[in-house]
Write a protein that binds this ligand. Structure first.
Ligand SMILES: Cc1ncc(COP(=O)(O)O)c(C=O)c1O
Length: 342
């Protein structure tokens, strides 16, 4: 059954059209082991990111590398801003978690002051930029301020840039790893290349750390098909440019329409939006209860720390689908109003 899925944050354009023939061509290669560390893809990705190839580690999705970092560093504590992606700090070690609460009143903007107060030696700090589920983008200067703080205190800062490719004016710090030895950047290619079922991610770290991590992880993590899809996607810069353009346009469309309907919309810069329906008395569960049977999925957010049942995350999709979502939400609100009057 074809659902319209606003709950997962995948490129609304789908994969580059170049990916399908590349996968066809790569199919016979599944009878061989792939290149252990994905050398060709690494080189192309290094060029794309503007970083030395020796700083790159590829992974079977960004999540694999997020887990690997916590396992590898064995940190005294993991420090995160909250709400954020739930996988930070997970792995075999379960280090104590310190959560810095982002202020909803300030639209969940990340500020360095609370980090300055509590970061100590041995901490592994994770921040998402843009952050999931808020979509809030932190300026590069602020991230670098945190990287310097981590360096000064003997801590490490991991910046998860899984959604940075969707941002129009990107604030990536991948190139700053060379000048900040306590900075690690993790990226996901499953979102922007729309291949979550194939899995592909990367990490940028100081050369020695990248080498050590590569040795700590098993070979052949990125399979032959994922390598082929990655190469084909990277070669299609037009698809990437169109993605950024359309996501920016459609994000604005959705934000305006939903605000007009009475939702509060957090000013995110990613391919998804966080909204809340408290003023309308609309919980995520009530809305999903209406949309689900009509084949439309949204992401309820009460499972995120510090978010209540009124918060809802929706992916930015194509115009037709976005119009359908807005129109169904309008129907829901009318129906709700009618019930209130009756
Ligand atoms: C913020 C964030 N980082 C990383 C990931 C991991 O992505 P993947 O393992 O598919 O590359 C996700 C997936 O949802 C995410 O939301």
């Amino acid at each position: 059954e074809a659902f319209i899925d606003f709950s997962a944050n995948i490129n609304p354009l789908g994969p580059s059209p170049q990916v399908w023939p590349a996968l066809q061509a790569a199919l016979p290669r599944i009878v061989h082991y792939p290149c252990p560390e994905g050398r060709e893809l690494k080189e192309k990705l290094a060029g794309h990111l503007g970083v030395p190839v020796e700083q790159l580690v590829l992974g079977n999705g960004g999540a694999e590398l997020i887990y690997a970092l916590t396992n590898f560093f064995a940190p005294g504590r993991v420090v995160v801003s909250s709400p954020t992606f739930g996988e930070y700090g997970r792995g075999i070690l379960h280090p104590p978690m310190v959560r810095i609460k982002l202020d909803a009143g300030k639209n969940f903007a990340l500020e360095p002051a609370p980090f300055e107060k509590l970061v100590q030696a041995g901490d592994l700090i994770f921040i998402g930029n843009p952050n999931n589920p808020t979509g809030v983008l932190t300026p590069r200067e602020v991230v670098l301020q945190l990287a310097s703080l981590a360096g000064d205190r003997g801590a490490t800062l991991v910046v998860d840039e899984a959604f940075m490719d969707f941002v129009e004016h990107d604030q990536s710090v991948a190139r700053d790893v060379s000048s900040h030895s306590s900075l690690v950047v993790v990226g996901s290619l499953t979102k922007v290349f729309a291949i979550p079922g194939l899995r592909l991610g990367y990490l940028v770290a100081a050369k020695e750390l990248a080498r050590n991590l590569e040795q700590a992880l098993p070979p052949w993590r990125v399979n032959a098909l994922a390598q082929a899809a990655g190469l084909a996607s990277l070669a299609d810069s037009e698809h990437l440019a169109a993605t950024r353009r359309i996501v920016a346009r459609e994000r604005q469309f959705l934000a305006e329409r939903l605000q007009h309907l009475g939702f509060s919309v957090i000013p995110g810069q990613a391919n998804f939006l966080l909204l809340h329906g408290r003023a309308l008395g609309v919980t995520g569960e009530a809305l999903q209860g209406f949309l689900g049977p009509k084949g439309v999925l949204i992401r309820l957010c009460h499972s995120f720390d510090h978010l209540d049942e009124y918060f809802i995350r929706i992916a930015v999709r194509g115009r037709q689908e976005n119009e359908k979502l807005v129109s169904l939400i309008r129907d829901f609100l009318r129906e709700k109003e009618g019930q209130g009057c009756g």
